[in-house]
Design a protein around this ligand. Structure first.
Ligand code: ATP
Length: 457
C-alpha cells in the first residue's frame, strides 16, 4: 500500500462523507476532522462491537463513563505532570516546532527514547540535521514539552488549572473503590471505558493517525501479581482476535515488544500491535502490564484505602493491572485502509469498493426504486421502513442504477435492493451483493431473514 493510497482514501473520505476536514468554512483548522454521516456510523459500529465483545459478552468486565476533566491531583499521582513529555526543537528560521526524536530517527535511524535532552541536541548538531520544512540547520536546543492540554477553570488561585485527560485509564483507577463496593466483581476483573483523550502533539498528522483529540477504548484488567504473565498472553490473543473481527488482515498486524530499558515509568512489559499503514508500520494498539503503580500512587496521593479484600482468603492487597488499549481513530484509519479496493471489471471499467466487514459497514442495505413512478418509490419506501427498524438503511431514487451501485460500493454497503416492474406484479426484488456484484431475485417477505443471515456471517 503506497502513500498515494492514503491520498485516495483521504479524498474518498471527503467525497463520500466519512471524514471532512474540520472547520473548513474558516479555511480549515490544522489536524481537525469531523466524522461525516458515514464515518460516524462506522465509528459507532466499531464502538458497539467493542463494547459487545469486551463488556456485554464478558461476565468479568464492567463499563464506566468518566469525566474528561478530573481532579488535577490525578495527573500528579499518575506521573503525567512530571513525565508526559516529548522532546522538541524549534527551527529558528521558519519557526516550525519539531519532534527532536523523530528528526534523529529519520536522519540517523537512531531510537532516542530515554536519551537525555543534551545528548539528542548533540546528535542533531554534530550531524547537522536540517529542518525538514525549510532545510536550514538553525535549530534550538532540545527541550521537554508536556503533552497535556491545560485549561483554566472559573475559580481563581492555584487550583484553577485543570487538564483535559491525556488517556481514559485514570478515571477507572479513581473509581476503583466505588466499583468494588457496588458491583459483585472478583479478581480477575476488568473495567472498560470508551472516550475522548487529548494530547498536545508536536507533530500531528497522517490523516487521523496522530490527532490532538482522539478516542480510546481501554480496559484496566485487575489481577493478582502472580497472574500477570499468563493473562498477558491471553490478552494478546484477545487483541489479535479483535483485529480480525474488524476485518484487518493478520499479515498486516505485528507485535512489537518494548525493550525493557525503554518502558514507560509505570510498565513492566508493553507490546504494541502495529499495523502496516500506507505511510509505514506504526502503532495501532498497545498492551501494558502497569503493575500496581497507579492504584498505589492514588492511594498515596488521596490518602484513601484502595486495597481489595479477597473474599475467600480475607487477604488484602493492591491489585496489579493489565491494560489493553485500543485507539478508536487509528482503528477507523486501519479499517479504511484495509477496506479500500480498486477493481478492474470485465467490461474494462473500474470501480472503487470499500470491503468493510458487514457487521461494521456504515449502511447495511440500500433500497432503490428502479423508476420514480408507477408505485415503485412507495413500495421501496415500505421496504425501507421495515428494514430501518433493525439496520441503517439508505434510500436512493436519483440517477441510473449503475451510478447508485457505484455510490454504495464506495461507502461499502454490502447489499442493494432494487424494486422494479416485476416487484409490482409478484412482490419480489433483486438483491445485489457488493463483493460478487451478483444479483438474485427473492420475495420481499424473505428479505429480512436473508439479510439477517448474510450480515451475521
Ligand atoms: P504513539 O507512540 O503513537 O504516540 P502512544 O504509545 O503514546 O502512541 P498510548 O499512550 O499507548 O499511545 O495510547 C494508547 C492508544 O491511543 C494508542 O495505541 C493509539 O491507538 C491511540 N493514540 C495515542 N495517541 C494518539 C493520537 N495522538 N491520535 C490518535 N490516536 C492516538
Amino acid at each position: 500500500m503506497s502513500a498515494e493510497t492514503l491520498d485516495q482514501i483521504v479524498s474518498l473520505s471527503k467525497r463520500r462523507g466519512f471524514l471532512f476536514p474540520g472547520s473548513e468554512i474558516y479555511n480549515g483548522f490544522a489536524n481537525s476532522y469531523t466524522y461525516g454521516p458515514y464515518g460516524s456510523e462506522l465509528k459507532k459500529n466499531v464502538k458497539d462491537l467493542w463494547w459487545k465483545t469486551f463488556v456485554q459478552k464478558r461476565p468479568d468486565i464492567v463499563g464506566i463513563d468518566g469525566d474528561i476533566i478530573l481532579h488535577p491531583k490525578t495527573w500528579e499521582a499518575s506521573g503525567h505532570i512530571g513525565g508526559f513529555n516529548d522532546q522538541m526543537v524549534d527551527c529558528k528560521t521558519c519557526r516550525a516546532r519539531l519532534r527532536a526524536d523523530h528528526l534523529v530517527e529519520d536522519a540517523l535511524k537512531i531510537d532516542c527514547e530515554g536519551l537525555p535532552d543534551a545528548e539528542v541536541t548533540k546528535l542533531i548538531q554534530d550531524n547537522q540535521i536540517k529542518c525538514p520544512k525549510c532545510g536550514n540547520k538553525d535549530l534550538t536546543e532540545v527541550r521537554k514539552f508536556n503533552l497535556m492540554f491545560q485549561t483554566q477553570m472559573a475559580k481563581t488561585g492555584e487550583d484553577s488549572i485543570a487538564y483535559l485527560r491525556p488517556e481514559t485509564a485514570q478515571a477507572i483507577f479513581l473509581e476503583f473503590k466505588n466499583i468494588i463496593d457496588t458491583c459483585r466483581v472478583k479478581i480477575p476483573f476488568g473495567v472498560a471505558q470508551i472516550g475522548k483523550a487529548f494530547r498536545n502533539e508536536i507533530t500531528p498528522g497522517n490523516f487521523i493517525f496522530r490527532r490532538l483529540e482522539f478516542e480510546q477504548m481501554e480496559i484496566e484488567y485487575f489481577i493478582r501479581e502472580e497472574m500477570w504473565e499468563e493473562l498477558f498472553d491471553t490478552w494478546m490473543t484477545e487483541m489479535d482476535v479483535w483485529c480480525t473481527s474488524i476485518g484487518l488482515n493478520p499479515e498486516k498486524c505485528h507485535h512489537l515488544e518494548h525493550e525493557k530499558e525503554k518502558l514507560s515509568h509505570y510498565s513492566k512489559r508493553t507490546v504494541d500491535i502495529e499495523y502496516d499503514f500506507p505511510f509505514g508500520r506504526k502503532e495501532l494498539y498497545g498492551l501494558a502490564y502497569r503493575t500496581n503503580f497507579d492504584l498505589s500512587q492514588h492511594q498515596q496521593f488521596s490518602g484513601k484505602d484502595l486495597g481489595y479484600r479477597d473474599p475467600q482468603t480475607n487477604e488484602k492487597f493492591i491489585p496489579h493491572v493489565l491494560e489493553p488499549t485500543f485507539g478508536l481513530d487509528r482503528s477507523i484509519l486501519a479499517i479504511l485502509c484495509e477496506a479500500y479496493t480498486e477493481e478492474k471489471l470485465e467490461d474494462g471499467s473500474s470501480r472503487i469498493v470499500m470491503k468493510f466487514k458487514p457487521q461494521i459497514a456504515p449502511v447495511k442495505v440500500a433500497i432503490f426504486p428502479l423508476m420514480k413512478k408507477e408505485g415503485m418509490p412507495e413500495k421501496a419506501k415500505e421496504i425501507f421502513s421495515s428494514l430501518s427498524d433493525i439496520w441503517t438503511v439508505d434510500y436512493d431514487e436519483s440517477g441510473s442504477i449503475g451510478k447508485r451501485y457505484r455510490r454504495q460500493d464506495e461507502i461499502g454497503t454490502p447489499f442493494c435492493i432494487t424494486v422494479d416492474h416485476e416487484s409490482l406484479k409478484d412482490d419480489t426484488v433483486t438483491i445485489r451483493n457488493r463483493d460478487t456484484m451478483e444479483q438474485e431475485r427473492i420475495a420481499i417477505s424473505a428479505v429480512g431473514q436473508y439479510l439477517q443471515k448474510q450480515l451475521n456471517s
